[in-house]
Design a binder for this molecule. Structure first.
Ligand code: A2P
Length: 294
């Protein structure tokens, strides 16, 4: 199967395969990164209230000159906002200076307090019900809703009562964190996977991994292109490489077709080199049902 350039969500909307990630992109750098990406072929930008850069992301979109409808824009409900999603949605729309979101995700199934403690008195499932209400009542503000950092265990609870099947599950995905169980589960339910930290985040050993560099040399591309293309070569996947560096932003948009053998080789890296860039235990809710986070 040739690498995809877009996927279709369960809403019928089209989501470009490669989007610019902005986790850890600081105010002061991110506006330029977003503007540069959009002026150079990207049409998909991912941010989150929790990244504290929505204002600059919105400014970057404006500065690019692209009409709003040409950009697929995702943001996320922050953990401390789970008790008041409607207010948080308005705040995100205002900061991003946009009338609507293409996709709004629950960032983690982990309500937290403002001082970073788990908010054990609030159930994330109640948050999802409010997100559904907002989506159903305000199609002019929300084109799709979804989740992030959801394991199979959490989906099983969600889908028992959901009126809206999430369009997307955004999770950490790369050869050292392949998450086969939740990937297969989502594909089976028609839920698109979005890979965050596809390069393994800052100072990633994957960029020097010998399987990755061997495949990169064969195609004459950077290791990053192999890691990004891995997702574009899988059904129902999108991918969010983060960069604030012009030449990398340009480079990372180049997608190559991989053979099934190469995909298999990349997949096997996890057998000897497993890691996560973002461990769910930081939320105070343990491993959130992920089998590798016991
Ligand atoms: P920077 O933003 O300074 O350009 P991930 O997408 O897995 O979160 O990885 C992001 C990290 O990888 C950042 O440190 C980013 O640096 C770096 N990065 C992005 N693109 C490339 C690339 N093509 N080659 C090497 N490092 C890259």
């Amino acid at each position: 199967m040739p690498a995809t350039t877009s996927v279709t969500l369960n809403t019928g909307a089209v989501m470009p395969t490669v989007g610019l990630g902005t986790w850890k992109s600081k105010p002061g750098q991110v506006e330029h990164a977003v503007e540069f990406a959009l002026k150079n072929g990207y049409t998909h930008i991912d941010t989150a209230a929790g990244y504290q850069n929505e204002t600059e992301v919105g400014q970057g979109i404006k500065a690019s000159g692209l009409p709003r409808e040409k950009v697929f824009l995702t943001t996320k409900l922050d953990n401390p906002d789970q008790r008041h999603p409607a207010k948080a949605l308005e705040a995100s729309l205002k900061k991003l200076d946009t009338p609507y979101l293409d996709l709004w995700l629950m960032h983690w199934p982990a309500p937290m307090t403002r001082d970073g403690q788990p908010d054990k008195g609030h159930d994330w499932l109640d948050t999802w019900k409010v997100m559904e209400d907002l989506y159903l009542a305000h199609p002019e503000k929300l084109k799709a809703i979804g989740v992030s950092n959801f394991s199979v265990e959490y989906f099983e609870r969600l889908l028992k009562v959901a009126r809206v099947v999430p369009a997307v599950n955004q999770i950490e995905l790369h050869p050292s964190c392949p998450q086969d169980d939740v990937v297969a589960y989502c594909q089976n339910k028609g839920i698109v996977l979005t890979a965050y930290s596809p390069l393994g985040s800052d100072n990633s050993p994957l960029l020097k991994n010998e399987t990755v560099t061997k495949i990169a040399a064969k195609y004459g591309v950077q290791p990053a292109n192999v890691l990004i293309s891995l997702h574009a070569n899988k059904p129902m996947h999108t991918v969010l490489p983060k960069s604030v560096t012009n030449e990398r932003i340009l480079n990372n948009a180049k997608i190559i077709d991989l053979t099934p053998e190469e995909i298999g080789e990349l997949h096997d890296i996890d057998k000897t080199h497993h890691f996560r860039a973002c461990h769910p235990s930081w939320t105070g809710f343990g491993g959130l049902g992920f089998p590798d986070c016991k």
